[in-house]
Design a protein around this ligand. Structure first.
Ligand code: PSU
Ligand code: MN
Length: 347
């Protein structure tokens, strides 16, 4: 089924040793003097590639990383399984290879075949892995789903420059007392992967989230509009700091950051498609109820985001879920286009 891990390690080393790598397809460049945080680490990281992903990376064709926390913690079973496959199908239809990332059997799996996705979807107690949790889960040979932060780390190690998700984590409402700020934000500041998301999840304090991203030097680029999108809604009521309108420009911006030697990635904020959106005035009161429920039940830390999403899906009778699925698929399509533009620029 899977090629041996040793084989994969050798492949990674060979790729680095060749001194390639155009900014496009591989996030960790090997040019002397260029910032290259993932290069040494990738020599020993326990990566295991799906053959299809390995072949695409070796051929220099477009690959899009996909996260697994939204499958295991963000969407209800069994819908999550079908959505995971549908999102991969979107990437393929757009001409790129999907690489869903998760931790199983002591390895970072880059690309999940059908039995592996099945295991992930059916497993009980799948850990939600952020930057802090990855190493321990690997050592203990646990089963873990990667958040935005962890997926960025794994994508960088694997040599994948573009990643699609639903919405990033950010600064939670009430963070002034809870200190609940997602590690997704600091990851964007340090790991050179372009993340396509429908903005940050509207359950958050979006104003504070944008402030922190600005402080961290993360480009927040709205696609095709001036407003920062708010996950289920196209307009958060806040202006995005930056705007670009085409995959080619987004790919060029990614490359330019590398050329400038700047660490970190960029947040590509892609609004949910018009037919699938829930306007802000409609979703806000529902978010308020979900937040009150979370407070009443004493939900904290990693459990907050999954709890709120589940409650909002229930309270909207599935409308928010349909919107969530549509925006992830839409992000997968754009991510594929950006990955293709990066490959084209690299040749
Ligand atoms: N996008 C979705 N659903 C999700 C998530 C993203 O459509 O469940 C996940 C991502 O993995 C993101 C995480 O990193 O929510 C944020 O969790 P926290 O707020 O605990 O950092
Ligand atoms: Mn948190």
């Amino acid at each position: 089924m899977w090629p041996a891990v040793m084989h994969e390690r050798r492949a990674v080393m060979t790729r680095s040793a060749k001194g390639r790598i155009e900014s496009g397809r591989v996030a960790g460049p090997a040019r002397p003097g260029e910032h290259s945080p993932g290069r040494d680490r990738s020599h020993s990281a326990p990566l295991r590639f799906a053959p299809e992903v390995r072949a695409a990376l070796d051929a220099g064709t477009a690959v899009v990383a996909l996260e697994s926390t939204l499958i295991t913690h963000g969407l209800p079973f069994p819908r999550n399984h079908e959505v995971a496959l549908a999102v991969e199908a979107e990437v393929r239809a757009a001409g790129a290879v999907p690489a869903t990332i998760a931790v199983l059997d002591g390895c970072i799996q880059v690309g999940l075949d059908a039995p592996t996705l099945d295991r992930l979807v059916h497993a009980r107690d799948v850990a939600k892995l952020s930057r802090a949790d990855l190493a321990v889960c690997l050592v203990r040979r646990g089963i873990g789903a990667t958040t935005v932060a962890a997926t960025m780390i794994c994508a960088q190690l694997a040599g994948i420059a573009v990643f699609a998700t639903g919405g990033i984590g950010g600064v939670h409402r009430g963070a002034e007392s809870s200190f609940d700020v997602s590690a997704d934000l600091s990851e964007l500041a340090q790991t050179p992967v372009s993340v396509v998301a429908a903005g940050a999840k509207a359950i958050l304090d979006l104003g504070k989230t944008l402030e922190v991203l600005e402080t961290l030097g993360v480009p927040v680029i709205a696609v095709g509009q001036d407003a920062f999108p708010a996950f289920w809604s196209r307009d958060s009521g806040l202006r995005a700091p930056l705007r670009l309108d085409t995959p080619t420009e987004l790919a060029a911006a990614h490359r330019m950051r590398r050329a400038l030697g700047l660490p970190g990635g960029q947040l590509i904020a892609n609004p949910v498609p018009v037919p699938d959106e829930i306007p802000r005035a409609q979703i806000e009161p529902i978010i308020a109820v979900a937040l009150a429920d979370a407070a009443a039940e004493g939900i904290a830390a990693k459990a907050v985001t999954p709890f709120l999403l589940r409650r909002i899906h229930e309270l909207t009778g599935g409308r928010a879920l349909a919107s969530n699925v549509a925006l992830v698929r839409n992000n997968a399509r754009l991510a594929a286009a950006v990955a293709i533009a990066l490959c084209a620029a690299a040749t």
